[in-house]
Write a protein that binds this ligand. Structure first.
Ligand code: UDX
Length: 441
């Protein structure tokens, strides 16, 4: 099938690549000429395992192409994906200007029936707005006779496993009330709908809300566990034992109940805020979501609070090794990353940071530039040199079994502040470390 994807961001690029991989003919359109040029030369703008070969191979095979030419893109695809960003505006609502701009562009150039698919995470009701926008532009252009469908098809990929998530989705949600459009989407996704039925068809608004409900549910689990962890610390309990104890109940499950330094990334913080805003706009008080967000904002400060307390508030002139900058492992993404909150609080208190991350060093440099109180280190070991403590913010595999003897000799004080419960407190105590973690003694 001929497919066009507007927006070569995270979601758009992965979606385009996997559709091309199964044999569809995919054109990607973006307004960013530099990005388009880079992709043509095989340079991938994001780090995502497995994505680079997929993009390069399908580009070379002619199934995947990149252009700034919107007219060409609209002409090409029977299915037109909208996968542009929906950044939060000042009050946290999702800003739809890019989505609606693409809708206009599609209407402007279309000359035959198109199926327009909202892939971006968009507030409930956006499908109707996209429909209205296309109809309006068609009318202005004297093309009202043209027909089109607007479908909601939210994306559930996780950064770090985006390619695998899209190649083997656990569900494919299609929001439409039009049987013909549904059939086209079924055909498009047939290569991914194997073994058992994964396609769930519903109305557009339900599909839009499904995406938010999924992310908000997961964010709720995390905030709940963080709250339990904070309680466990005060009550003298061990949250890791509690996690096992409750996770074994299949109604609760083991997933997404890891306490830590709060959730970050491009989805959870933004989507929780956006749903709160959607609710506020219709005068509905989303009490649970507000608590989830408040707990998360506070949780991001807890690691620093432990450091501050350990040094009796005197952090001026101290140096800390910091392992893990990305918001989670296997990505270089630092959007809403807890590491930023920790680092910025340390700087504010007059401390220096020697940081290491397996992938996010360039991103850190891009965000913070050169500053005297930040040293970007080439290895996790070099970050330790003469530091007053080691802080772990992201649970990269490479941090799971470090050489503790080396850590001890390199740090000027054998103290570890672990935001991800990577190690066994008893073992570390035996090795002579002062060890702080989350929800444990
Ligand atoms: C998320 C959803 O998982 C995905 O389905 C959706 O499409 C986009 O948002 P992503 O943001 O890539 O994906 O990361 P995810 O792995 O879900 O982690 C989100 C955040 O929650 C990270 O900061 C992570 O560290 C944190 N987290 C996750 C916890 O603190 N505890 C957990 O138990 C799980």
């Amino acid at each position: 099938m001929k497919v066009t994807v507007f927006g070569i961001g995270y979601v758009g690029l992965v979606q385009a690549a996997i559709l091309a991989e199964v044999g569809h003919d995919v054109v990607c359109v973006d307004v960013d000429a530099d990005k388009v040029e880079a992709l043509k030369q095989g340079r991938i703008p994001i780090y995502e395992p497995g994505l680079e070969p997929l993009v390069k191979e399908n580009f070379a095979a002619g199934r995947l192409s990149f252009t700034v030419d919107a007219a060409h893109g609209v002409k090409h695809g029977e299915v037109q994906f909208i996968a542009v960003g929906t950044p939060p505006d000042e009050d946290g609502s999702a800003d739809l200007k890019y989505v609606l701009a693409v809708a206009s562009t599609i209407a402007e150039h279309m000359e035959s029936h198109k199926i327009v698919v909202d892939k971006s995470t968009v507030p409930v009701g956006t499908g109707d707005r996209v429909k209205a926008k296309i109809a309006e532009v068609l009318q202005n252009k004297g093309k009202s006779q043209l027909t089109f469908d607007v479908i909601s098809n939210p994306e559930f990929l996780k950064e770090g496993s985006a390619v695998a998530d899209c190649m083997k989705p656990d569900r494919i949600v299609i929001g439409t009330d039009n049987k013909d459009a549904e059939d086209v989407m079924r055909e498009l996704y047939a290569p991914f709908n194997r073994n058992h039925e994964k396609i769930i068809v519903m109305d557009v608004r339900s599909a839009e809300l499904t995406k938010y409900a999924a992310n908000c549910m997961l964010a709720t689990k995390i905030s709940f566990m963080n709250e339990m962890a904070n309680l466990a610390e005060i009550l003298g309990a061990d949250i890791e034992a509690v996690r096992h104890g409750i996770g074994s109940d299949p109604r609760i499950g083991y997933h997404f109940i890891y306490p830590g330094v709060g959730y970050g990334g491009s989805c959870f913080p933004k989507d929780v805020q956006a749903l709160i805003q959607t609710a506020d706009h219709i005068k509905f008080d989303a009490k649970v979501l507000k608590a989830v967000e408040a707990r998360n904002n506070e949780q991001k400060t807890t690691l620093f609070a432990k450091i501050h307390k350990h040094f009796n508030g005197d952090l001026k002139g101290k140096t800390f090794a910091l392992w893990g900058l990305s918001f989670k492992p296997n990505t270089d993404d630092m959007r809403e990353a807890p590491a930023r909150v920790v680092m910025e609080a340390l700087w504010e208190a007059g401390a220096k940071v020697q940081a290491f991350d397996p992938e996010a060093m360039n991103e850190t440099q891009r965000i913070y530039g050169n500053r005297d109180d930040l040293l970007l280190c080439g290895t996790k070991e070099s970050a330790l040199k003469h530091a007053d403590g080691l802080i772990i913010v992201t649970e990269w595999q490479a941090f799971r079994a470090p050489d503790f003897d080396l850590i001890k000799t390199m740090l000027s004080q054998p103290t570890i502040f672990d935001g991800r419960n990577m190690y066994d407190p008893k073992r570390l105590a035996k090795r002579g470390f002062t060890y702080y973690s989350v929800g444990r003694q």
